[in-house]
Design a binder for this molecule. Structure first.
Ligand code: SAM
Length: 223
């Protein structure tokens, strides 16, 4: 029985990877990735040639069993996601749970995560905070938005290009006008930007352009 390494990878800039992550990716027998094409760009940059296997939220149980079987047969496996730390708002957690149940050793190779990167430049004291992952599209959405609005802790969540404007609009009717909001877009990438201020300002910032990319939204705690 070998080891399942949970390897954090860049959230954009391919230089944001640790020496240990590169060594582990070079040494394992198999790399399980969310999207093999995305991971290939990283592997190519560092001249890592390894067998890859896709493992994502639509993977069948058979795929998970295949990875566990590889571990049980004595292979070391690395799990990476498209960006950041596997298991944080992506399907990594299920594999880790199955590996633990099978008695496989699981080792963290820490590195970037979009939520930590965003908090680190937010100027908001993050001694404690509430992370909501992705808001649901329909059922439970309004409840979670209200949870965010009522929270006395800073709240962090992920948002996609499809919903960022809608989400900011919904928040504008729930947040007091002076409540600080920070939206980080495309961190570490070419079009990286941060919009900060009251919700009205942040909303008009993103209203003025055809906003593309990936987003982290932070709302300061209500005082
Ligand atoms: N596991 C990842 C992590 O540790 O950050 C998060 C995976 S989740 C499926 C992807 C979401 O993370 C995106 O939709 C976006 O909200 C956020 N994200 C990832 N990369 C980002 C970046 N470079 N800038 C802003 N947000 C990002």
């Amino acid at each position: 029985m070998k080891t399942l390494f949970i390897v954090a990878t860049p959230i954009g800039n391919l230089e944001d990877i640790t020496l240990r992550a590169l060594r582990v990716l070079k040494e394992v027998d198999l790399i399980a990735c969310e999207d093999t094409r995305v991971t290939k760009r990283l592997l190519d940059k560092y001249q890592i040639i390894k067998p890859t296997l896709s493992y994502h939220q639509h993977s069948q149980v058979g795929r998970l069993d295949k990875i566990i079987a590889a571990l049980e047969s004595g292979k070391d496996v690395a799990l990476v996601s498209d960006a950041g730390t596997p298991g944080i708002a992506d399907p990594g957690g299920m594999l880790v749970s199955a590996a633990r149940t099978a008695g496989v050793k699981v080792v963290a190779i820490p590195g970037p995560s979009a939520l930590v990167a965003a908090l680190s430049i937010s100027g908001i004291a993050a001694d404690r905070f509430l992370f909501l992952g992705f808001l649901p599209h329909k059922k439970g959405r309004q409840t979670l938005l209200q949870t965010a609005a009522d929270s006395t802790y800073p709240v962090v969540f992920y948002e996609s290009v499809h919903r960022i404007k809608k989400t900011l609009e919904q928040l504008s009717s729930l947040l007091s006008p002076e409540r600080p909001v920070i939206v980080c877009r495309e961190l570490t990438k070419i079009y990286e930007e941060v919009a900060a201020g009251p919700i009205s300002e942040v909303l008009s910032h993103f209203d003025e352009k055809n906003t593309k990319g990936e987003f982290v939204v932070i709302i300061d705690g209500s005082k």
